[in-house]
Design a protein around this ligand. Sequence first.
Ligand SMILES: Nc1nc2c(c(=O)[nH]1)N[C@H]1C(S)=C(S)[C@@H](COP(=O)(O)OP(=O)(O)OC[C@H]3O[C@@H](n4cnc5c(=O)[nH]c(N)nc54)[C@H](O)[C@@H]3O)O[C@H]1N2
Ligand SMILES: Nc1nc2c(c(=O)[nH]1)N[C@H]1C(S)=C(S)[C@@H](COP(=O)(O)OP(=O)(O)OC[C@H]3O[C@@H](n4cnc5c(=O)[nH]c(N)nc54)[C@H](O)[C@@H]3O)O[C@H]1N2
Ligand code: SF4
Ligand SMILES: [Mo]
Length: 740
Amino acid sequence: MAGGRPRSVANLLVAGQGRLAQGLARRPGGFGLGQVPARLAPESVTSMVCGYCSVGCSLDVHLRGGEAVNLSPTDDYPVNRGRACPKGWEALAPLRADDRATQPLLRDERGRLVPVGWDRALDAFVSRFKAVQAEHGPASVAFLSTGQIVTEEMALLGAVAKFGMGVVHGDGNTRQCMATSVVAYKQAFGFDAPPYTYADLEESDVIVLAGSNLCVAHPILWERVCRNTHRPEVVVIDPRATETARAATQHIALAPKSDLVLLYGLARLLVDRGAVDRSFVEAHTTGFDKFAAHVAPYTLPVVASATGVAPEALERVAATIAGGQRVSLWWTMGVNQSHEGVLVAQAIINLALMTGNIGRPGTGANSITGQCNAMGSRLFSNTTNLFGGRDFTDAAHREEVAGLLGIGVEHIPGQPSWAYDQIVEGIATGDIRGLWVIATNSAHSWINHTELHDLLGRLDFLVVQDMFPTTETAQRADLVLPAAGWGEKEGTFINSERRIGLVKRVARAPGQALDDFAIFKLVAEAWGCGERFAAWSSPEAVFEILTRLSAGRPCDFGGVEGYGMVHELGGVQWPLPLGTTATVAEQRRLFADGRFFHADGRARFCFGEPRPVREATSRRYPLVLLTGRGSSGQWHTQTRTSKSALLRTLYPEDPQVEMAPGDADELGVVADEWVEVASARGSMRARVLVTPTVQRGQVFLAMHHPDVNRLTFPSVDPQSRQPSFKHCAVVVRRLESWET
Ligand SMILES: Nc1nc2c(c(=O)[nH]1)N[C@H]1C(S)=C(S)[C@@H](COP(=O)(O)OP(=O)(O)OC[C@H]3O[C@@H](n4cnc5c(=O)[nH]c(N)nc54)[C@H](O)[C@@H]3O)O[C@H]1N2
Ligand SMILES: Nc1nc2c(c(=O)[nH]1)N[C@H]1C(S)=C(S)[C@@H](COP(=O)(O)OP(=O)(O)OC[C@H]3O[C@@H](n4cnc5c(=O)[nH]c(N)nc54)[C@H](O)[C@@H]3O)O[C@H]1N2
Ligand code: SF4
Ligand SMILES: [Mo]
């Protein structure tokens, strides 16, 4: 055991007590707190970015004695301007939950998770993983991480695991979420670069939302749409009549997974109508003529029959896009979680390119990301990409990073990580024997998880690092490392519009829980590679390292001078290279000069052939199952949001399967009745919600119930390897009354 380690654990635990909201707190006043009775008035207020979704709202945390007592949305932050959704208002609730992880837990010989000190936990971590690597090679230990820890932590994890522990394969839950957009952007623009700024939602005269339920999933972005004074046409492309679709001016209720045909059909109509911006296409893109030839067969009758959308509705959307002066096209999981998601995302990008709707206010081909720091993960998790969107297989990139980090280039693997599904497959084949899971609840959220549950049991050693020891994944672990959560640590998130925002320590982590940053540092020490990361001494020191790693890359934020500047400016959007400045009010969008990130400066039209869905409906499983977000009060696997009594009042207690009235009648079920929903892989029970928001032949389940992914079919997009959570075949069965 390294001599200094026990002291360093103690130091970290003690250090945590003194660093609450350091430096950047401000006195109350001008925060809309006028009505608060004096005895409850906070002593000071500090603002920080919300830890749930990628909108990245700022919250004013009210402090007493340096500890958070309450919060309210920040008035003057450019993202949310005084608003927050229910999750934001309740963001402190999970920190105070009864089931927080307070001590490391190690599984004993009798199979029970028992509390141990950090020293034993670290010994077990190191000895077990090193034993696995000694027997099966360094690549036999892998990690799965997240879009929900600060960038500094992600980067430290990626560095320690890959450049210190010899790990080769690590991926994140962002694979389930954003991988499709990443690949689509890279191929089309030459870099993973969502081009927009949120102000575009207020500046468009046409807003197209594909596979996005903005009202529920990104409420404050929907609020920005509502602030648009140009009376925009809002077109929603979604098989369901979601909250967003019902508020839209046009709802295209297409057949599930027919988006590619629909979008090619729209492209053809735009060509036919002469709506192509020839001068933009010629000056700034390549491949348009081939694309136009590719979409020629997608005539109105072909498209209407494949999508189930009336020809008049298709023509109206095309006319709306053609007539718009500032058209923005946005997409999320209805597009990304598909067996052909990359092609669909590129078809959206193509519509923006061919009509010249990019680089100007109110325009863009805009992927909205999901988790608070998915964008940080895309650039700095060091999983499939080397730091800063670089390439592990590129020797020059490896040299550059080694030089910037002052480490030997031999420590940088020359191959990218396996994707999440390949790591899971690697467990099945015995190639992966040890797994370290950080801030993701795979045993609930992974597709077709019955198989994963079995595989997790086959691992030689499973470590889960989470705020809660009660998650489905932590319950299967050999070692649980107790982590601090949002609000108990500092660092930065990057939101959907590329805005770097600050997170601060406003509460103490309970018991022996440590922030992920401290845990990664301890692991490095215990592993014996701590020296290599000596410069990674604090989150702000790592931020400085990341600033250097970004320099010269499209995501360059070399001009950002530390956390103080991020705070002063109300967040900073990349790029901001050294020598450039930003102001608080400024909105940064990409491609205003028509130059893209490919070597020739041009964007590319990318396209391909539609493919059939991987699991079609059958007589046995006649319904299509769609899954997604249930309400604005629920977050993913519910480890956090279910801890708020207030949020629990905003959604039904039991799982609900949404069903069209005609299907309910045919099955003879009535509202609220318990039924069984089954696929070829498993089944679950749910209450029937009879609603015309789903089409006949389709049912919808929110992803928040742990059994939903017993049903889903494990197919991935071949290019992005993102799972297709939103299409599989199921049957709904009545339960005999004695069973209910
Ligand atoms: N309240 C809340 N907000 C969240 C989250 C949360 O858990 N709760 N999670 C965050 C994260 S990580 C993410 S990734 C985002 C997700 O945000 P969204 O993508 O907006 O949410 P989903 O409900 O998963 O999917 C959006 C829509 O896709 C539709 N859809 C299904 N199949 C198809 C199809 O074939 N074509 C089309 N066009 N649409 C289809 C569904 O009907 C659904 O309404 O939300 C973020 N915000
Ligand atoms: N059927 C279906 N399945 C889906 C989806 C779908 O639409 N349908 N959507 C997919 C998508 S887009 C996503 S993003 C995934 C999300 O899937 P997950 O990532 O599994 O969902 P979360 O519940 O957010 O899990 C985050 C975990 O991190 C823990 N945690 C929170 N903060 C911290 C921290 O600071 N440190 C540490 N160490 N732990 C922390 C939480 O307690 C929780 O256990 O689900 C995917 N699964
Ligand atoms: S919209 Fe997203 S970032 Fe804003 S308060 Fe809600 S969860 Fe937090
Ligand atoms: Mo996500």
